[in-house]
Design a protein around this ligand. Structure first.
Ligand SMILES: C[S@@+](CC[C@H](N)C(=O)[O-])C[C@H]1O[C@@H](n2cnc3c(N)ncnc32)[C@H](O)[C@@H]1O
Length: 262
């Protein structure tokens, strides 16, 4: 893959290298998100726990996480469900860590959204936490990912607007929603913008709490980044929600896979 042209590639390599050596960041994640899953973004433990409700009970359950980072969210899900976990990410630092941390019933691959492929009907659940929008063609990638779902499988997508993706009118006008509607794929969705606003506030307070730890480690660049990322919550929620939104989509595979044209 031509790494230089990929959006944020070097930034993510640097980020996942830092997650391996920063105690301050680990403490920050645990406090701000409720669990240290090396989050880069908005996935607190409430959003992650909603995935548990979608995972069928029984043996031989396979979960794929798109843009899995260092695999800690998948590790968390495996601990609770014993599922076989699969993840891919373009960051080799992230994938190397995931391979070290999770060796049993796990498959981690370095790969690009839009390039990597899996056999059809492989997964019971596919998750995408703030990663769909890195697809060069979201509709094409959505349709491809749908083919990876088992017939009764389900896809769980948490989707932010106002940073990588521009803010659109509402939950049914995002690039993802438009691709779902265009292809007649049914979905359930929930506006979690308020939840995201509260989380960003918590992130900001927590970063300030651990400022000295970041400083002592020589990791102030991450503290500064956290301040920059959360500057938006110094505004009121009304103001914030004019520019940013967060949505959750649950997309069911049933009956959708057979006629897909990629
Ligand atoms: C916003 S972060 C979200 C990470 C993690 N899912 C979370 O919720 O904390 C986006 C993730 O997607 C990965 N990523 C970005 N662009 C990608 C691409 N084109 N192909 C594969 N992975 C990509 C990044 O390395 C990063 O792990």
């Amino acid at each position: 893959m031509s790494e230089k042209e990929l959006l944020f590639y070097n930034e993510y390599e640097h980020f996942y290298e830092m997650t391996n050596r920063s105690d301050a960041f680990r403490m920050f994640c645990k406090e701000a998100f409720g669990e240290d899953l090396s989050q880069d973004g908005f996935s607190d433990i409430n959003q992650v726990n909603r995935i548990l409700d979608l995972i069928p009970s029984g043996k031989d359950i396979h979960i794929l996480d798109i843009g899995c980072g260092n695999g800690k969210m998948l590790g968390y899900l495996q601990k609770r469900t014993e599922a076989f976990i699969h993840g891919f990410d373009y960051s080799i630092n992230a994938i190397n860590t995931a391979k070290k941390l999770f060796k049993t019933n796990a498959d981690f691959r370095q790969g690009l959204i839009g390039e990597i492929d899996y056999p059809t009907e492989s997964f019971d659940v596919i998750t995408s936490m703030d990663s769909m929008y890195f697809a060069p063609d979201m509709e094409k990638f959505l349709l491809q990912a749908m083919t990876w779902l088992k017939k009764d499988g389900v896809m769980y997508v948490c989707y932010q607007e106002g940073d990588v993706m521009p803010k659109t009118k509402n939950i049914n006008t995002t690039v993802l929603a438009r691709a779902l509607i265009k292809n007649g794929i049914s979905y359930e969705c929930k506006d979690i913008t308020k939840e995201s606003y509260e989380l960003l506030k918590k992130k900001r307070e927590t970063a300030l709490l651990y400022k000295k730890d970041f400083e002592d480690e020589g990791n102030m660049e991450w503290f500064d980044l956290l301040m920059m990322q959360t500057d938006c919550v110094t505004a009121s929620f009304d103001q914030f929600s004019k520019e940013m939104a967060r949505y959750q989509y649950i997309i069911k595979a049933a009956g959708q896979v057979a006629d897909r044209h990629l």
